[in-house]
Design a protein around this ligand. Structure first.
Ligand SMILES: [Zn+2]
Ligand SMILES: [Zn+2]
Length: 218
């Protein structure tokens, strides 16, 4: 879309409320939707997700509702579990260095739209733009399948070497369960008996604070 077409789009959207909010939300939704199909094996996206330790809760819920989500969530989170184990073993802090990738996409859209508007008056624009991209808040709480949510890990392992070992084991076990889910989705093994689909939603809960007992819905 060229700049004129985008401007036209912004003016048109303003009839139904703040156009920047609408366009930001739509960009985030598009990103999450395409994620399960196109970006799940993208190396750059894997690096981003390691930096952000996954998605924020809102976007994790949207991600979980997509058609290809069980496999995509399992792939992403088996990588993330491995990353956590690595950090525990090498004594690196468990913290998010980047925002959720979907939140970041929304922020980029917002900044780009604002630049394009260049101060021209548009109806219904809220005063909060440009809003900062939300910081990635890591979930805390009770353990899930023996593993503490990533937001509780840092504190728990800071002084307790025994806890480092326990959590390392719990995240390794979660990783193996997720690999088993991925294996099940391989058409060659599709008919093998398998019933541990719950691992997928437990892992998502550890990184994004969603409900651990069922597939989340937005
Ligand atoms: Zn707005
Ligand atoms: Zn997000």
């Amino acid at each position: 879309m060229n700049d004129r077409a985008v401007l036209h789009d912004i003016i048109e959207a303003s009839a139904a409320g703040c156009p920047l909010c609408q366009r930001r939300d739509a960009a985030e939704r598009r990103f999450v939707k395409s994620f399960a199909y196109e970006l799940v094996n993208d190396p750059g996206m894997r690096v981003h997700l390691r930096g952000s330790l996954g998605f924020c809760r809102i976007h994790a819920e949207e991600f979980a509702a997509q058609v290809g989500a069980p496999l995509a969530v399992s792939l992403i989170h088996s990588d993330l579990c491995g990353h956590v184990v690595e950090r525990l073993e090498t004594n690196h802090p468990i913290r998010a260095m980047r925002p959720c990738p979907a939140c970041e996409i929304g922020g980029q859209r917002e900044r780009h739209d604002l630049e394009l508007l260049g101060g021209s008056a548009v109806p219904n624009l809220c005063a909060t733009h440009p809003a900062p991209v939300p910081k990635r808040g890591l979930p805390t709480g009770p353990s899930v399948a023996g593993a503490l949510p990533v937001g509780s890990l840092a504190h728990a392992v800071r002084t307790d070497r025994q806890e480092v070992k326990l959590q390392g084991r719990a995240y390794s076990a979660m990783r193996r369960r997720l690999e088993a889910v991925v294996h099940h989705y391989d058409y060659r093994f599709r008919d093998d008996p398998f019933d541990d689909f719950g691992a997928t939603w437990q892992a998502l809960a550890l990184f994004s604070g969603t409900h651990p007992d069922r597939r989340p819905s937005p």
